[in-house]
Design a protein around this ligand. Sequence first.
Ligand SMILES: Cc1cc2nc3c(=O)[nH]c(=O)nc-3n(C[C@H](O)[C@H](O)[C@H](O)COP(=O)(O)OP(=O)(O)OC[C@H]3O[C@@H](n4cnc5c(N)ncnc54)[C@H](O)[C@@H]3O)c2cc1C
Length: 377
Amino acid sequence: MNQPSVIVIGAGVIGSSLAAELTRRGSTVTIVDAAEAGSGTSSATFAWINGNDKSPEAYSLLNFLGVQAYEREAQRGGRWFHQTGMIQVAQSEKEAQKLEGNVARIAWGEYGARLLTRDEVLELEPSLNPMNVVAGAIYPREGWVDVETMCHTLLDRAVQSGATFFPFRTVSEIGQNYVITVDADGHTSRIDADLVVVAAGNGTRSILATAGIDFPLLDPSQNTDAAGEPESSVGIISTTGRVDSGVRHFIRASGIALRPARNGGITFADHPTGGKWAKTDPQIWTVPGVLLERARELYPALRDVAVESVHLGTRVLPKDGLTIADWVDEGRSIYTVATHSGVTLAPHLAAAVADELLGGSRHASLAPFGLARFATV
Ligand SMILES: Cc1cc2nc3c(=O)[nH]c(=O)nc-3n(C[C@H](O)[C@H](O)[C@H](O)COP(=O)(O)OP(=O)(O)OC[C@H]3O[C@@H](n4cnc5c(N)ncnc54)[C@H](O)[C@@H]3O)c2cc1C
């Protein structure tokens, strides 16, 4: 049976995963990106793969489906998922008590979360400074992803199976069954297909506006937290040079999260301190140094290494913070995927969205993540 032809706008982790899945199923796919593959938010992500401590439960479960999709891909030879397991380190009795609640909340036995004694933490992660460990918990199915390798491998896979990739072409207009692109020299072209999928991260809202669609994605400059206070959607991801740090697992502790990096160094993030920074605030550049000091308190072997690169990323945030994966027009020719936690979700969303595009009916796991929830009565 002939599959519909599809234009995928955006070659980030979502668009690359979807393009590979659609070509695998026999669709003729054209991918368009305003820049290079994987250069948007997917280049400035912490890439923690998890279904941990997210709400509501349907969203947590959707993320867990992402974890399981990575496990299946790894069994088929995918080289980008590093399933190190995540250890949450409690540095005080109070934090240890809180951890008990966290572990109890992830009640699904198959997730495998369990509490660790101080000795168990140090046995699993012997380079941790023992002075900083009171207890811990392990989440063995979590890990991190080398997103650059993932995006490029999946896109190559799609192209080798017959897809066409146009980098450096900005989509300036979309409609039912077509997109208009502009290249670096200002030349415009029209591409036609049966279906259009918008997977353009923070570019999604303006692309859909050209088709008269008001898409409920937050303007990154106008986020607020639960208390209504301004909150930045900017996150800071720092990576050190190559170092024999002894970091084996993905580690979370008070005020820092860190993990091994693809260059042999350590990548660390601003969790949970960075939420209030604006991208233009010069103070933002003090964050990597402060976090490196925190990391050194945990891992003395980081004493002589410096930060080698810093990425500022802007989160892709639907208005309620949850994934949107749905048709945006009544004619069902334009589909949109916009989400935070997109690295965790990408392999599952690729399969579920491909089911919807090619099969027609709503995928059960996506039922809570449609546009109907934003409808005003
Ligand atoms: C600091 C930070 C930390 C994060 N940590 C995690 C984490 O630990 N775990 C996790 O799962 N997720 C995490 N995320 C979220 C995750 O990175 C994103 O959800 C994911 O990268 C989004 O991927 P995407 O493909 O939708 O968007 P993008 O990667 O932004 O890709 C969209 C692409 O569309 C292109 N585009 C945009 N507009 C146009 C246009 N008009 N024409 C053509 N192309 C266009 C862009 O060039 C871009 O390449 C984090 C995000 C940030 C910012």
